[in-house]
Design a protein around this ligand. Sequence first.
Ligand code: GDP
Length: 360
Amino acid sequence: ALTIGIVGLPNVGKSTLFNALTRNQVLAANYPFATIEPNVGVVPLPDERLAKLAEVFGSERLVPATVSFVDIAGIVKGASEGEGLGNKFLANIREADAICQVTRAFADPDVVHVDGKIDPASDIETINTELILADLQTLEKAIPRVEKEVKIKKGDPKLLEAMNTAVAILEKGTTLFAGAADARLDLADVASLQLMTAKPFIYVFNTDDAGLLDSGRQDELRALVAPADAIFLDAQFESELAELEEDEAAEMLADAGQAESGLDQLARVGFHTLGLQTYLTAGPKEARAWTIRQGWTAPQAAGVIHTDFERGFIKAEVVSFADLVEAGSVAAARAAGKARIEGKDYVMQDGDVVEFRFAV
Ligand code: GDP
């Protein structure tokens, strides 16, 4: 499964946030999650469509899609016995598919800040500089080799050009994710190098209540990290929320004037940042959201349910969620001509409600 690595300076609230993520998953114990690992928080993706689907189909339970977060800081703490701590840290970031950087924006004088002041911009620069330097090192090692290969017509000149463009972006102190568009760098061209700052970034600003409410300040921070997504949450509040039953949590959220918990926002943004989407299936047993990549075809999507479904794929009956709810049942949707039979080249759309036909 694709994972999002959580990074940040010490004392910014990473553990607090991660504990909220994992507690959230423990409470959601009726979801059939895969193995629970100590450094991985698997959180359900909020999806209001599932409850509606369950109504239409009389489904017994809801099974949402999930998003996995890895506590990279936790891995580092555990690995502190061994040598090469820095390298291990970077190796763990390399394995993640996206980076979630937690930054302190809460004031609390009782919690020491490593640099002695609350300055999100400077904190982000500190972390990103490390990642940028590591990427520059990777490129500086690889460029001479590719140059040689290009000279003897064995290398890819396009790769070399992309690598040099990447160096120019990084030397300006910009992550590749943030700088690629302006420099006309197609990140796919340097994908083979597994550069860390080429991964999608999400920034979580760990705020106190006042910070949550100040929209001017939020806009400043949003602009600072664009085009990455910014999420504002109070990690301590989220960890308290995660301990409550669903209805109590909803009440506490409403009292705080928030429409959605920070963790729900994080799951949604994370899912989107990873380039994922869902399709839906439903029956009397369960209404379920399945995770696929954007652009996947019907047989690829069927393969997520079972590899046999992909191999033996014949066709799919697809109704859009909106059409299905409007019609009230699959039969009514069929009668209204809203159920389509799609073949193996069909590209899945978000919210397709699907039944696959296959032969084994
Ligand atoms: P980490 O080192 O980044 O994992 O940070 P921790 O999660 O251990 O948090 C460091 C300290 O800050 C702890 O004492 C937390 O209780 C506190 N803390 C975390 N989030 C918040 C917050 O949103 N507001 C306040 N006031 N304190 C927080």
